[in-house]
Structures are given as C-alpha cells and as structure tokens.
Design a protein around this ligand. Sequence first.
Ligand SMILES: Nc1ncnc2c1ncn2[C@@H]1O[C@H](COP(=O)(O)OP(=O)(O)OP(=O)(O)O)[C@@H](O)[C@H]1O
Ligand SMILES: O=P(O)(O)OC[C@H]1O[C@H](OP(=O)(O)OP(=O)(O)O)[C@H](O)[C@@H]1O
Length: 211
Amino acid sequence: MITLALSKGRIFDETLPLLKAAGIEVTEDPEKSRKLILATTRPDVRVVLVRATDVPTYVQYGGADAGVAGKDVLLEHGGQGLYQPLDLKIAKCRLSVAVRADFDYEAAVKQGSRIAVATKYTQCAREHFANKGVHVDLIKLYGSMELAPLTGLADAIVDLVSTGSTLKANNLVEVEEIMQISSRLVVNQAALKTKREPLRELIDAIASAIV
Ligand SMILES: Nc1ncnc2c1ncn2[C@@H]1O[C@H](COP(=O)(O)OP(=O)(O)OP(=O)(O)O)[C@@H](O)[C@H]1O
Ligand SMILES: O=P(O)(O)OC[C@H]1O[C@H](OP(=O)(O)OP(=O)(O)O)[C@H](O)[C@@H]1O
C-alpha cells in the first residue's frame, strides 16, 4: 500500500490532475465528507488528508510514503528525512515582505533601525534578513499576518502573495520578494528503498504530467 499525504484545498485540487495522469483517481470528495483517509481507483494507493504544515512530518516519520508540500512549508520544516524528486509547479506564489503603505521600509533599512516583523515563516524570514544585514524582531503568528501592521503589532510581515489582492484589501504593499514558491513531491527516504518499484513508477508518471 502507498499512502499519499495531501492537504485540503489548493494542494489537493491542483494535485488531482497529476495523480490522474498517473492512473490514480480519488473516489471521494474531501469537501463533502469528514473522512481523513480517502480511497482511490488504485486498491494499492490511498490518500490521507493532513494540515499543509503537517505534510513533511507525516512523510518524514513514515505516516505517509509520499506527499505534496509547498516550498515554504518544506523550508520551515527543514526537509530532514525527505527526498524531494519533483517540483510539481503547482500552488505557485511568492514569499514577500509587505508593510503599511505609509511605512518607509527602505528608509528603515538604510537607517539600520530594528524592524518588527510578524510571520508564520520565521526560518525563511530570519535567514533573509540576516543575509541582508537587517536587524529584526520576529513575531511568530499562525495566520492573518496582514493584521499585524494594521494593529501596531509589527512594522512588516513576511507572507505569501499571489494576486496581491489580500495585501491590497488591507492597505499593505509588497516591498521585497524573498523567493518564488511552488509545491514539491516529497518521498520518505526509507520507503524509497522498501517500496522502490511502485514509488519510482509513481514519481515517473507524475513527472511526465507536470506542465
Ligand atoms: N494564494 C496562494 N496562491 C497560490 N499558492 C498558495 C497561496 N497561498 C498558499 N499557497 C501555497 O499552497 C500551500 C498550501 O496553502 P493552504 O492555504 O492550503 O494551507 P495553509 O492554510 O497555509 O496551511 P495550514 O492549514 O497548515 O495553516 C502553501 O504552503 C503555499 O505553498
Ligand atoms: O495575493 P493573494 O492572491 O491575495 O494570496 C495571498 C493570500 O493567500 C494565502 O492565504 P489563503 O488564501 O491560503 O488563506 P489562508 O491564510 O486561510 O490559508 C496567503 O496567506 C495570503 O493571505
């Protein structure tokens, strides 16, 4: 049995066509059921639904043989125990620094001021600002980062941006792109040995369906 860890929403939706190309169709709709283990048209393949940030952990410890996770999530996790054979080019966005429209980020950086930065992505943020030589106080949040500069909790945020409409709706502006993000296929390194054939087949089939 091959167990695949996916998160509900965009990763699940955007992975489906790739699985289909590999001859795997999920037979239940996660939005219409409370089930966490979903069957597929392949009796030897099942899908487990986990939080996006939990995908690397499930795969690292063998709760799943493989999974799909954003580069953002993988960098924060650290990637230990994970083989990352494919960039699936799905769930594309970027990790950026954003501030209130009336905050002069460039001036704060130039002056060497300490900048308070709220983010869910503390590892990526720490590395980015350390490389730039900017002093920051990082504030860990788990969601609604956009609220932090509006309430005075922080001067800036590090968050994912796609269309920019969330920033715009909250009067924030993107001032620096840290990196481009997309989702990767991750595979448990031990499973790659014990389930070599079926996993290789799966990786090759998915690889040929990436657009
Ligand atoms: N607006 C977006 N456009 C495109 N891709 C995105 C966007 N937001 C997030 N992503 C990518 O999709 C992945 C999953 O995001 P999703 O919103 O489903 O989970 P989440 O709510 O961030 O995670 P969790 O439930 O663990 O808090 C992210 O890790 C990121 O790589
Ligand atoms: O630039 P945009 O197209 O507006 O996308 C950016 C938003 O997308 C993500 O949130 P998501 O929609 O996943 O909601 P979530 O924070 O509840 O996961 C991210 O955290 C931003 O808030």
